[in-house]
Write a protein that binds this ligand. Structure first.
Ligand SMILES: [Zn+2]
Length: 141
Protein backbone atom coordinates (compact mmCIF):
# COMPACT_ATOMS: atom_id res chain seq x y z
CA UNK A 1 0.00 0.00 0.00
CA UNK A 2 1.20 3.48 -0.78
CA UNK A 3 2.21 5.58 2.17
CA UNK A 4 -0.41 8.21 1.41
CA UNK A 5 -3.19 5.64 1.29
CA UNK A 6 -1.97 4.08 4.53
CA UNK A 7 -2.05 7.52 6.14
CA UNK A 8 -5.62 8.18 4.92
CA UNK A 9 -6.79 4.78 6.18
CA UNK A 10 -5.25 5.38 9.56
CA UNK A 11 -6.75 8.87 9.76
CA UNK A 12 -10.24 7.60 8.84
CA UNK A 13 -9.93 4.81 11.39
CA UNK A 14 -8.98 7.34 14.08
CA UNK A 15 -11.93 9.53 13.14
CA UNK A 16 -14.36 6.65 13.65
CA UNK A 17 -13.91 6.85 17.43
CA UNK A 18 -15.31 9.63 19.63
CA UNK A 19 -11.90 10.45 20.99
CA UNK A 20 -10.48 10.47 17.48
CA UNK A 21 -13.23 12.79 16.31
CA UNK A 22 -12.59 15.15 19.21
CA UNK A 23 -8.89 15.22 18.40
CA UNK A 24 -9.59 15.84 14.72
CA UNK A 25 -12.00 18.68 15.59
CA UNK A 26 -9.57 20.25 18.03
CA UNK A 27 -6.87 20.05 15.39
CA UNK A 28 -9.14 21.65 12.78
CA UNK A 29 -10.11 24.45 15.19
CA UNK A 30 -6.46 25.19 15.89
CA UNK A 31 -5.64 25.02 12.19
CA UNK A 32 -8.50 27.40 11.35
CA UNK A 33 -7.28 29.87 13.92
CA UNK A 34 -3.69 29.83 12.78
CA UNK A 35 -2.66 28.41 9.42
CA UNK A 36 -5.76 28.57 7.31
CA UNK A 37 -6.83 32.11 7.92
CA UNK A 38 -4.20 34.60 6.81
CA UNK A 39 -6.91 37.26 6.49
CA UNK A 40 -7.81 37.00 10.18
CA UNK A 41 -4.12 36.94 11.04
CA UNK A 42 -3.51 40.13 9.08
CA UNK A 43 -6.46 41.75 10.85
CA UNK A 44 -5.14 40.89 14.31
CA UNK A 45 -1.82 42.47 13.38
CA UNK A 46 -3.34 45.68 12.02
CA UNK A 47 -2.82 49.04 13.73
CA UNK A 48 -6.61 49.65 13.65
CA UNK A 49 -7.26 46.47 15.63
CA UNK A 50 -4.47 47.09 18.14
CA UNK A 51 -5.79 50.58 18.73
CA UNK A 52 -9.37 49.36 19.27
CA UNK A 53 -8.20 46.42 21.43
CA UNK A 54 -6.21 48.74 23.70
CA UNK A 55 -9.18 51.12 23.96
CA UNK A 56 -11.63 48.35 24.96
CA UNK A 57 -9.15 46.81 27.40
CA UNK A 58 -8.42 50.17 29.04
CA UNK A 59 -12.11 51.01 29.31
CA UNK A 60 -12.75 47.70 31.11
CA UNK A 61 -9.71 48.48 33.29
CA UNK A 62 -8.36 45.03 32.52
CA UNK A 63 -11.28 43.30 34.23
CA UNK A 64 -13.00 40.25 32.73
CA UNK A 65 -16.51 41.35 31.75
CA UNK A 66 -17.97 37.95 32.69
CA UNK A 67 -16.35 36.87 35.96
CA UNK A 68 -14.75 40.09 37.20
CA UNK A 69 -11.25 38.65 37.49
CA UNK A 70 -8.28 40.75 36.48
CA UNK A 71 -6.98 39.92 33.01
CA UNK A 72 -3.28 39.92 33.63
CA UNK A 73 -1.64 37.39 31.31
CA UNK A 74 -2.36 39.17 28.04
CA UNK A 75 -4.92 41.55 26.64
CA UNK A 76 -7.82 39.36 25.57
CA UNK A 77 -10.35 41.44 23.73
CA UNK A 78 -12.98 39.20 22.20
CA UNK A 79 -15.47 39.65 19.38
CA UNK A 80 -18.89 38.95 20.92
CA UNK A 81 -20.15 38.17 17.42
CA UNK A 82 -17.15 36.26 16.04
CA UNK A 83 -15.03 37.86 13.31
CA UNK A 84 -15.84 35.04 10.87
CA UNK A 85 -19.63 35.40 11.05
CA UNK A 86 -19.84 39.17 11.61
CA UNK A 87 -16.88 40.74 9.78
CA UNK A 88 -18.68 44.10 9.53
CA UNK A 89 -18.53 44.37 13.35
CA UNK A 90 -14.84 43.62 13.63
CA UNK A 91 -13.93 47.14 14.78
CA UNK A 92 -17.24 48.00 16.46
CA UNK A 93 -16.59 48.70 20.14
CA UNK A 94 -20.11 47.53 20.99
CA UNK A 95 -19.12 44.10 19.69
CA UNK A 96 -15.93 43.89 21.77
CA UNK A 97 -15.27 43.01 25.40
CA UNK A 98 -12.46 42.01 27.68
CA UNK A 99 -12.38 38.42 28.90
CA UNK A 100 -9.98 36.50 31.10
CA UNK A 101 -8.19 33.48 29.67
CA UNK A 102 -10.61 31.03 31.27
CA UNK A 103 -13.83 32.74 30.16
CA UNK A 104 -12.41 33.27 26.67
CA UNK A 105 -11.58 29.58 26.41
CA UNK A 106 -15.10 28.60 27.44
CA UNK A 107 -16.60 31.01 24.90
CA UNK A 108 -14.36 29.70 22.11
CA UNK A 109 -15.37 26.10 22.86
CA UNK A 110 -19.05 27.03 22.91
CA UNK A 111 -18.65 28.86 19.60
CA UNK A 112 -17.14 25.75 18.04
CA UNK A 113 -20.09 23.62 19.12
CA UNK A 114 -22.74 26.20 18.17
CA UNK A 115 -21.13 26.46 14.72
CA UNK A 116 -21.91 22.76 14.22
CA UNK A 117 -25.62 23.27 14.92
CA UNK A 118 -28.15 23.94 12.17
CA UNK A 119 -28.17 27.69 11.52
CA UNK A 120 -25.18 27.93 13.87
CA UNK A 121 -23.49 30.89 12.16
CA UNK A 122 -26.70 32.85 12.40
CA UNK A 123 -27.02 32.08 16.11
CA UNK A 124 -23.47 33.30 16.68
CA UNK A 125 -24.20 36.43 14.69
CA UNK A 126 -27.04 37.40 17.03
CA UNK A 127 -26.04 36.09 20.46
CA UNK A 128 -25.99 39.07 22.81
CA UNK A 129 -23.48 40.11 25.43
CA UNK A 130 -26.01 39.25 28.16
CA UNK A 131 -26.65 35.82 26.71
CA UNK A 132 -22.94 35.03 26.65
CA UNK A 133 -22.55 36.36 30.20
CA UNK A 134 -25.23 33.95 31.32
CA UNK A 135 -23.97 30.83 29.53
CA UNK A 136 -20.30 31.39 30.36
CA UNK A 137 -21.26 32.30 33.94
CA UNK A 138 -23.13 29.02 34.33
CA UNK A 139 -19.97 27.11 33.42
CA UNK A 140 -17.61 28.84 35.85
CA UNK A 141 -19.81 28.54 38.96
ZN1 LIG B 1 -13.44 35.65 33.29
Amino acid sequence: MERKQAYINQRDKAKSTTKGKQLANAHMAHYNHTTRDPQANAFYHSAQWKHMRDYVYAKAMGICQVCGNAVTDRKIVDHIHPLKVAPSEKLDKDNLWTLCYRCHNIKTQLEESIKEQPNGDNKLKHASRDWWKKVIGERIK
